[in-house]
Design a binder for this molecule. Sequence first.
Ligand code: ZN
Length: 558
Amino acid sequence: MVRKISMLIILIMIISGCGENAMEKKFRTFVAEHVEKIKPLMKQWNLNYWNASLTGKKEDFDKTAEFELNIRTIYSDTGNFTFIKQLKESDQIKNPLLKRHLDLLYNEYLRNQIEPDILKQIVEKSTAVEKKFNVFRGKIGNREITDNEIKEILKKETDSTKRRDAWLASKQVGKEVAGDLIELIKLRNQSAQKLGFENYYLMSLSLAEQDIDELVRIFNELADLTDKPFVTLKAELDSILADKYGIGPEGMMPWHYHDPFFQEGPMVYEVNLDKYFENQNVKELAQRFYEGIDLTVEDILERSDLYEKEGKNPHAYCISIDRLEDVRILANIKNDEYWMETMLHELGHAVYDKYIDGGLPFLLREPSHIFTTEAIAMFFGRLSRNAYWLQNMVGLSNDERDKIANVVQRNLRLRQLIFARWCQVMFHFEQELYKNPDQDLNTLWWELVEKYQQVKRPRERTEPDWAAKIHFTSSPAYYHNYMLGELLASQLHAYIVKNIFKLDADVGISYVNEKTVGAYLKNRIFSVGTKYPWNEMIRRATGEYLTPKYFVDQFVVQ
Ligand SMILES: [Zn+2]
């Protein structure tokens, strides 16, 4: 099979080689040589990464880092970067597939052109800040308190003073790291400015093929569409919570929500779904579901490592080892709702990787964007909370299904709406953080929190509460992708309901045994890999560019 494919590629190359200009010929040779170098290294890197996360051994992590460094060294070559840059500027690469290669390679090389000296400082500084996050413990009075204790208090405590103390303790790390973090932001900006960008945030977006104006447009539309519904929902939520604390709704402060940033929906419409999975086999349920929509995962599960082991990474992830058939997931399955969602999620990533057309050139055999694969994972992960899916998969009675459907829907709406407003704060703040790290960030943070989350700033509070969010340190210019993933998951859902099922509404849809869904995703989303930039891929698959309106239809409008 593989040999046939490569013969086919050679054939296509010979055919399409006719009529090529000199630059195109030169670039085609460059790509072929580049892939020959990079392909085995990537496979080794992936295998070592996989191995390290199973053993947890230092020597395995060291080997992984070595392969990563080898790959980075290739992409940091200045001579090759100059060649690619000149090609790009010459505008001589006309063949669409070659041009796509040029854009992807240009970004990958550019990302690795940061001056070694600045890069070293960035790595050291971010490691130092992350370390502070790891070792710092907030205090209540003189007593140290762990993050888990803080979480516990914010979930259960009804005494406002105790809640306030725990919340304040959760913010102390902000003051501890803010100075270093601002220095880190400036170093990152310096690295970007040397490469011709205004700041690091804009550079990162550009390297990820994301246009700031386009993102701002999407986020502003989402803000407009959620403004009013959020005010209503928040009032309802505040009155339920305020009652529990024996205060009036006007007394609600940041410490009255169930997590330190009000990024999750407080547990007011909770329903425990774990009991439906207790006597089930989560792995088999996931397998049966995917088989039912014609996305075969048996081979993936066979290569995967699914249960707890000593030394093993306790979380879950999906990895494509060779950008062909060898796709695996790491998980630590228990038979509960959390792992049901996680398995559906990770297998979503896995089927995306698996069904990318193996005949595409190596460099295009990746998901269109990090958030498009996240969207597919979310699309499937959401099903563990779909009452009709539960009914079909674990056999609920109609009564039981209807009983949970209403609560689950309210819970989902709460979670999604609150998360959407929180993402606005992160998105707008991070832009400003890089635009001018010397401005009054503490005030800016609270202005955004008040505007989008409608959470009151405590009187005269001027601490760097924003710096307590670790993502500014560990995953810069990334947070918006979580929201874009949710938006795309909803857009795909709406497209399938309307155009494949030919229905006006999504009531009762579970996707169970709907083979047309698998076929649609395979043919229109997965198979094309990263042949097109993400928004072009979305337009081809759904007839529209990415839009927040379907997320709003699904979760906001009542
Ligand atoms: Zn994921």
